[in-house]
Design a protein around this ligand. Structure first.
Ligand code: PBG
Length: 332
């Protein structure tokens, strides 16, 4: 009477089988983070004679040149794959003169780390004017107060040459001016520095998650960056267009920023990009986790490693994170 096949007494498919032991889980794992995939962003302040705490980023400091060198060597020994430097000058002006001055703090720091570390790590400099301008914008201003794209490009070209001369391996073009990668590439090639590469921030969103960073670099900005950084309400279409432009202009790598709130964008970019893709776990992502952990609300180490795994799973080959040194130790 009943010609239906007999149902098995138990489910045939048991996903829990591969979760039973640590060894099975390790074998079944598909994504991992290696210390060498991590890039440590570091701050160096011209006026610092010893490390200064940054209130909004517990555990992160503004370094002096000496403490920077020591911390950088430690991070490289721990296995991190690269260092991204940000400089905080003593004096700021409308055009950010400290940015392309060979004796400006960022260039001095790059030169110092090149001297200390040579080719043992990948040295990167933030190529943007915001730390050096008295108005805090990423470019120079027009008479009407808007950021002048093409005048800024001239400043970036000069900055690129100064950073290359100081010893940077890759230049992190983070200002979101149209054409910035092309201008930097052209300036480098014209100065016989075709060996220096460009890590292009594309896509980079106008994000409130950069909040703690503003304190970290003593930012002078009073407004916002909505006229040059991307609108979070735009989707992957615009992100892919930005990536295509930067690649066409000569970007060697691209970077999605911020990371965790933009994993959809990261996944789209990593699926389409012909060049390696990095993601920047920014200051606000860091601060939120540190704050919750401080209150005992989350397990700090597990959450940190889980976020890194998530960013890798979404497709990032490299991750910029303020936990790079510590995570490198945890992952070893
Ligand atoms: C621009 C720059 C910023 C960050 C990296 N490069 C600030 C900004 O765009 O406003 C933010 C990084 C972070 O929040 O951790 N120089």
């Amino acid at each position: 009477m009943n010609d239906l096949p007999a149902l098995p007494a138990f489910p045939v498919s048991r996903p829990r089988r591969l979760r039973r032991t640590a060894a099975l889980r390790r074998l079944a794992g598909e994504v991992s983070v290696r210390p060498g995939d991590l890039i440590l962003p570091m701050f160096v302040a011209e006026s610092a004679s010893e490390p200064r705490l940054i209130g909004s980023m517990p555990g992160v400091v503004q370094h002096s040149l000496d403490s920077l060198a020591k911390a950088a060597i430690g991070a490289v020994e721990a296995g991190v794959g690269g260092l991204m430097l940000f400089g905080i000058p003593m004096h700021k002006d409308p055009v950010g003169s400290g940015a392309d001055d060979p004796h400006g703090i960022l260039n001095l720091a790059l030169a110092r780390l090149k001297f200390e570390l040579g080719d043992a790590t990948v040295l990167m400099g933030d190529l943007c004017l915001d730390e050096f301008t008295d108005h805090g914008h990423c470019g120079v201003l027009s008479t009407d107060g808007s950021v002048d794209n093409d005048a800024t490009l001239q400043r970036y070209a000069s900055m690129a040459l100064a950073q290359a001369e100081a010893g940077a391996d890759l230049l992190g073009t983070s200002g979101m001016m149209d054409g910035q990668v092309g201008v930097v590439r052209q300036a480098l090639d014209g100065a016989n520095r075709s060996d220096v590469g460009v890590l292009a921030y594309a896509p980079k969103y106008a994000s409130a998650f950069y909040g703690p960073f503003r304190e970290a670099v003593d930012s002078s900005l009073t407004g916002d960056r909505l006229t040059y950084q991307q609108d979070p309400a735009r989707g992957a279409r615009e992100a892919l267009a930005e990536v295509a432009l930067d690649v066409a202009e000569g970007a060697d790598m691209v970077m999605v920023k911020p990371a965790l709130p933009y994993l959809d964008i990261l996944a789209a970019v990593s699926a389409a990009s012909p060049v390696p893709v990095a993601a920047y776990q920014v200051s606000g992502e860091y601060a939120m986790i540190e704050a919750a952990a401080e209150r005992g609300w989350i397990d700090r180490e597990r959450v940190v490693l889980e976020t890194l795994l998530s960013i890798r799973r979404a497709g990032a080959a490299m991750i910029l994170t303020y936990w790079a040194h510590e995570a490198a130790i945890l992952l070893r």
